[in-house]
Design a protein around this ligand. Structure first.
Ligand code: PLP
Length: 394
């Protein structure tokens, strides 16, 4: 194993705000101002961020909440979904999409995904719709937009609302519109590593329906309006004012960061193009490593994650680690096979596409501020691996 000095500093999967000294000091200043005011919950900082985030998403209303999971749970509660109801969720997602459904006493109906995109499709939704299903949650996974229009057509026919899980796709556009603004409600997470990240946890719900926005607003803070008049049984799920102030500053940079992610994604795709069926020596590789499917005309990809697929995933990850290139698996277990959801009784083999993906996917480093040299090192490591293994070693 080579010493780390020989391969250079490790390239991380992502970098957070502490890696950008200028941004860090700007945000520290913001935090100091809010702290000096003692304005820690709700109030003008949260309202200002909500206004800006709604405008950014081109949606009439945004409500700041404490996490992406709470955003989803409160969106479902605003739709009056609860015990006895089912909510359709793709098994190929972060577990939080299903947890939000469970948290409000409803049951997640876990369905499979399209093998090419790894996302929900109208065909899958149409096949799985049944009377108990009160809502469908498409997930714009990794920053790639779900083909929503046909899904919205199918669900509208059955009078079933769509809640978009846009927790990995802030700012992405689908047919010209920002994701999150097409469904009845759209949900976002501001977990630090997301495309728009706070300095801790945070989330938001966007909608064009004033009544739904008001319900989410009530529910996030004890159903209270005005003070001590409790209209509904709510909870403590507010966005902190400190986080709101940090997010508001960062929001002005989000389009720039997403543009950089798209550029880096396209460049990495280009660098890895030799993997499309052939090794660099011209020998067929049997596509030992597959690239993420590229966005079609009306779709977008803001590369929250750059995810390749390999039947030799573990060997690839070991090789990358030796070359000082970080990698990760998002996610190693499809939701229906987690211990947490064993009670649903959906056994191995029940959602084969999600299961196959979980065994093959590998996330590579990609983040704003990544240098050309870093990008080239990532690509070289992947290409070298593919070169050394011209055939699928299943
Ligand atoms: C991050 C994420 C969530 C949950 O967000 P938290 O803020 O961590 O609660 C939900 N769905 C998806 C797809 C996510 O990536």
């Amino acid at each position: 194993m080579p010493l780390l000095e020989e391969v250079g500093e490790e390239i991380p999967l992502t970098r957070l705000d502490n890696a950008d000294p200028q941004l860090l000091s700007e945000l520290l200043e913001t935090v100091a101002e809010v702290a000096r005011e003692g304005a820690f919950t709700l109030g003008k900082h949260v309202q200002a961020f909500e206004r800006d985030f709604a405008a950014y998403c081109e949606a009439p209303f945004a409500v700041g909440v404490s996490s992406g999971t709470e955003a989803l749970a409160l969106a479902l509660r605003a739709l009056e979904i609860g015990p006895g109801d089912e909510v359709m969720v793709p098994a190929n997602s972060f577990i939080a999409t299903a947890e939000a459904v469970s948290a409000i006493g409803a049951r997640p109906l876990l369905v499979d995904v399209d093998p090419a995109s790894g996302l929900l499709t109208a065909e899958i939704v149409a096949a799985a719709l049944r009377p108990a299903v009160r809502c469908v949650i498409p997930v714009h996974l990794y920053g790639a937009t779900v083909d929503l229009r046909p899904i919205l057509e199918v669900t509208a026919q059955s009078g079933v609302p769509v809640v978009e899980d846009a927790c990995q796709a802030h700012g992405a556009r689908y047919r010209g519109q920002r994701v999150g603004s097409l469904g009845a409600l759209g949900c976002f997470s501001f977990y630090p590593a997301k495309n728009l990240g706070a300095w801790g946890d945070g989330g938001a719900v966007i909608t064009s329906d004033a009544a739904l926005a008001q319900r989410v607003e009530l529910l996030r803070s004890h159903g209270e309006r005005p003070r001590y008049r409790h209209r509904r049984i709510g909870t403590t799920a507010r966005l902190d004012a400190l986080q709101a102030a940090v997010l508001r500053r960062k929001l002005t940079r989000l389009d720039g960061w997403n543009a950089e992610r798209r550029r880096l994604g396209a460049a990495l795709r280009e660098l890895l193009a030799p993997l499309a069926g052939h090794s660099r020596s011209g020998l067929p590789t049997e596509a030992a490593i597959e690239l993420p499917s590229s966005p079609c005309a009306e779709a977008d990809h803001v590369y929250h994650l750059f995810v390749v697929r390999s039947s030799s995933r573990e060997a690839l990850r070991e090789y990358l680690a030796r070359k000082g290139v970080a990698s990760a698996v998002h996610y190693p277990t499809p939701i229906h096979l987690t211990e947490a959801y064993a009670h649903l009784g959906q056994l191995t083999g029940s959602l084969p596409v999600s299961e196959e993906l979980a065994s093959r996917i590998c996330s590579l480093p990609l983040f704003p501020g990544m240098s050309e040299g870093e990008l080239e090192r990532v690509a070289a490591a992947v290409l070298d691996f593919a070169e050394a293994r011209p055939h699928n070693s299943r």
